[in-house]
Design a protein around this ligand. Structure first.
Ligand SMILES: [Mn+2]
Length: 334
């Protein structure tokens, strides 16, 4: 990502008075952090800002973000308002967000993202697959363009840096990630307070839901170890937890000793099953590869795919796919 590209993104934002921000389905800390940071930056510099996503409910733990309550649910959008800039944050493609965006229409849109498999769907694409998070990239855009950075903006950006890098622990954590974190701390994003806000806020229902998933984790595979767990609609009904409370669960499976790849399957209302994959560096089978084979996508070590149920069938299918891909990697010439 060159400085010219960062400036171009900043100028695109500056040149448009009205912004419509879009985040992806099942928004995470990075999507929410970047949306809130940009929302705040827009408001204080006199822009008119709206924020849409397909989510009916956002993870309540992030309610400390300044514009959390301004989020509007939208199934689809016309994308035809004159003078409006459509801003996609943390979306690898337009399908992950509100429906109705047609890349062939040359819509006035900017795509700010850090997924390696981003489809470059907007008129202006500011995509850096090496950035730890969309928040890291957004910080660089705002900084390059000389935007005012407040404590509130710093806390929003810190949220995405922290969550997408696993608390500065994943392989996407670079010296730049730490340098930006340091600048955000200087602006008032206090690490201990932020860690409390981000991680120490599970609901008791969510805790019980995690307990169900944890109690069912099982290992499979030989030579290399894989882990799998699942959650049913019944689990949500019994615990009173909602779908937002699974955030962080797929990553937590990687704390199992020796596990190279882990999958969490979650039953959704309506019959779909969401598969979330995490893998360790050096794993013969990467999370990204498996998700793409199932029609999904994401990062090399953190990815997901939406499958057609029933759940039981998905469990068998995913397990078989991981094992066959693993054997293929071991014996590439067969
Ligand atoms: Mn992200």
């Amino acid at each position: 990502m060159t400085n010219d590209e960062l400036i171009r993104a900043s100028e695109t934002l500056r040149a448009n008075h009205e912004w419509c921000i879009f985040t992806h389905q099942k928004a995470d800390g990075d999507a929410l952090g970047s949306a809130n940071a940009l929302y705040e930056a827009g408001i204080i510099s006199g822009h008119s800002v709206k924020w849409y996503s397909p989510d009916g409910k956002l993870p309540e733990g992030y309610a400390y973000l300044p514009h959390f309550r301004e989020h509007v649910r939208a199934e689809s959008h016309a994308f035809d308002e004159a003078g409006v800039l459509y801003v996609f944050l943390d979306c690898a493609n337009e399908v992950r967000s509100v429906k109705g965006f047609d890349p062939s229409r040359n819509i006035n849109a900017i795509n700010i993202d850090h997924h390696e498999d981003n489809s470059q769907f907007a008129r202006v694409n500011c995509v850096d697959g090496r950035a730890s998070s969309t928040c890291e990239l957004l910080y660089r855009i705002l900084k390059a363009g000389g935007w005012t950075l407040t404590q509130t903006i710093a806390e929003s950006l810190y949220t995405g840096l922290f969550t997408d890098s696993g608390g500065f622990s994943y392989s996407n954590t670079s010296p730049l990630t730490h340098r930006i974190a340091a600048e955000l701390i200087t602006l008032g994003a206090e690490p201990a307070r932020m860690t409390d806000l981000i991680t120490q806020n599970k609901s008791i229902a969510g805790f019980h839901l995690w307990g169900k998933a944890m109690s069912r984790v099982r290992n499979f595979g030989e030579g290399e170890t894989f882990a799998l767990t699942y959650l049913t609609l019944e689990d949500f009904a019994e615990t009173g937890a909602d779908l937002t409370e699974t955030e962080g669960l797929p990553a937590s499976l990687m704390s199992l000793r020796g596990v190279m790849l882990a999958v969490t399957l979650t039953e959704y209302p309506g019959g779909k099953v969401r598969a979330s994959f995490r893998s360790r560096g050096g794993s013969a089978v990467g999370a990204g590869v498996i998700a793409r084979l199932l029609g999904g996508g994401g990062h090399e070590r953190a990815s997901g795919a939406t499958l057609d149920g029933p759940l039981e069938e998905c469990i068998g299918r995913v397990e078989a796919l991981i094992l066959s891909k693993y054997h293929e990697c071991l014996n590439p010439h067969q």
